[in-house]
Every structure is written in C-alpha cells, then in structure tokens.
Design a protein around this ligand. Structure first.
Ligand code: NAD
Ligand code: MG
Ligand code: ZN
Length: 276
C-alpha cells in the first residue's frame, strides 16, 4: 500500500492544492513532474470536462482536471500512464492510476444513460447522479481474472498480439454476468488455449487502471488437453520450463508477481512482494 498517496473526497470548489491533468490515459508532465499548482493551471483555461478532488499526496490535496482533448501547455508535454508505470515512482503511479479511472468514469458519465439529462457529481460520495430520473453511477470496475497454469516445472504462458515483441504472460479475461470468478478462470483457459485445469487457487488481487480492471489472481494446475491458441486473441502459447522463460510482463503487474511467486516457491527463494 502506498503511504504517500491516499484517496479522499475533496470539494473541488475549494481553492489551492495540486492538480494532475488527464486525457485519454495520458498525463501532463513538465520538469517538476505531473503535479501542477492548481490555481496557476486554472488561469490557462484548459478544456476541462470534469474537475474532481482525488485525495492527498505527501499530505497535500490533489485534484484532477479531465480534459476534452490533450491541449498544449507551454513547457509541458503529455506522457502515457504505461510510461509512468515503468518509471521509478510507484506512489505517483498509484495516484495517476486512480486519477485515470476517476477521470475516465467522470467524462463518460456527464449525461444520463437512461434519460439523457446532464448528470451532477454527488456531494459526500464518489458518484454521478441524474436529478431528472434519479439514476446514480459509481466509478466503473471490471472484475477480471488472471491465472498462472503450471505443470510441474513448466509454465503455460501466452502472447496476445497487443504485447511488446517477445513478451509472454499469464492468461487473463473479464468475468461475465452470473459467473463465479473460478468458473471464469476455467472458461478463459479453455477458450484461450484449449486446456483444462484443476480447481484454481486464489492468490492475490490488484487494481489495474488499463482501463478499469480489478485483477483477481489465481494459480491452477494443468489437468488435460493440448494447447490450441484462440484465433485473434492468442498469437502463441507454450509450456516454458522454469529455467528457460521468455521475456515477462512489467515488474509492477500481478502477471509478473504470479510467475515470480511460483518460481520462488518452487526454487526455495524469498517470495516477491506484490506492488500496489
Ligand atoms: N495486471 C496484469 O498483470 C494484467 C495482465 C494481463 C491482463 N490484464 C488486464 O486484464 C483485463 C482482461 O484481460 P484481456 O484483455 O485478456 O480480457 P479478455 O480475454 O476477456 O479479452 C478482451 C476482450 O474482452 C472484451 N471486453 C473489453 N472490456 C470488457 C469488459 N469490461 N467486460 C467484458 N468484456 C470486455 C473486448 O472484446 C476485449 O477485446 C484487461 O484489463 C487487461 O489489461 C492485467
Ligand atoms: Mg484474455
Ligand atoms: Zn436520468
């Protein structure tokens, strides 16, 4: 858990504090970082769709400007959330991941999906409310499972066509309505690689802001079947021996954690710590 970053409800009508500026999974950045003095940035008249109070970073209040388009600000540039993830400052990534999810949700709930009226931010809770018909929306979270399938000293890892060249990862997928997470694990493994597994064991979870997933991490032992990669979704899938693994996902990901944890337990090494 981050000690420097704490989410909180802050009233955007209060002056002062810092602001992060988000648009389409990118943040404004200058030589001082991604936090800007809020009163100074307000004077630039940016195309702000929504302003939200996010919480405290190093004890200071932090707000969010969610922009309609990535406007030019003199002396500043835009940087993607993934690059912040790969940077050194994990606490900053926690703050920006939260800001991404709140900003995306706020900008996509400006109008009521039931009656089309403008929505209002609720006072005292993180919710958007339709005064015309009473519909209320909370920040969107999509439960997703992620699973490391193993067969003794072999790991089943797969490549999506979206991955960086050479990188293989654990299998992941969204939970469907009416489905338990355990059922989802078995279904996604069957669909994506065609193999069956024994009962999956829950390991750990991670909030994942690409775009709003709650990753529920599992380990499962292989039960049967040959690998058949799902067309379009899975470019390649293989059994990798633990002493000959391919390039792996980012250190901050639960995918990497599930792999490192299995290796640590199998090889009697110290166990890794899940970031975030
Ligand atoms: N943190 C990690 O280590 C890690 C690793 C791998 C994947 N993930 C995340 O897991 C999530 C799911 O993985 P995936 O992309 O393999 O999913 P998936 O296998 O279910 O396939 C993705 C497809 O699901 C559909 N979809 C998109 N959003 C959906 C939603 N909210 N509910 C239902 N279906 C939806 C779309 O058709 C999309 O192309 C993604 O958010 C991904 O970023 C995280
Ligand atoms: Mg998938
Ligand atoms: Zn409405």
């Amino acid at each position: 858990m981050s000690l420097r970053w704490q989410a909180a409800l802050l009233d955007p009508s209060l002056p002062g504090g810092w602001v992060v500026v988000h648009c389409r999974q990118q943040f404004l950045l200058d030589d001082n970082g991604a936090l800007f003095p809020r009163d100074w940035l307000k004077r630039l008249e940016l195309p702000v769709l929504s302003e939200q109070g996010l919480g405290h970073f190093d004890g200071q209040p932090v707000f969010l400007f969610e922009l309609e388009f990535p406007a030019d600000v003199p002396g500043a540039r835009w940087q993607g959330l993934r690059q912040f993830m790969q940077g050194d400052d994990r606490d900053l990534f926690q703050l920006l991941g939260y800001a991404t999810q709140i900003g995306t949700w706020a900008s996509q709930h400006r109008f009521c999906g039931s009656c089309g009226s403008p929505m209002q931010a609720r006072v005292g809770e993180r919710a958007m409310y339709c005064p015309a018909c009473g519909v209320q929306h909370y920040p969107r979270l999509s439960p997703s499972m992620i699973v490391l399938v193993t067969r003794g000293d072999e790991l089943l890892l797969a490549r999506s066509p979206r991955f960086a060249p050479g990188v293989y990862s654990t299998l992941a997928g969204y939970v469907e309505p009416g489905e338990s997470v355990e059922k989802c694990v078995a279904r996604e493994v069957r669909e994506e690689v065609g193999v069956s597994i024994h009962a999956p064991q829950y390991v750990a979870s991670q909030g994942w802001p690409f775009p709003h997933s709650l990753m529920l991490g599992f380990h499962a032992e292989y039960a049967g079947g040959e690998i058949v990669p799902q067309p379009e979704e899975i470019e390649d899938a293989r059994w990798f021996p633990i002493d000959n693994l391919p390039a792996l996902p980012a250190r901050q990901s639960i995918a990497r954690y599930l792999i490192e944890l299995y290796l640590a337990r199998r090889l009697g090494r110290p166990e890794p710590v899940l970031p975030g």
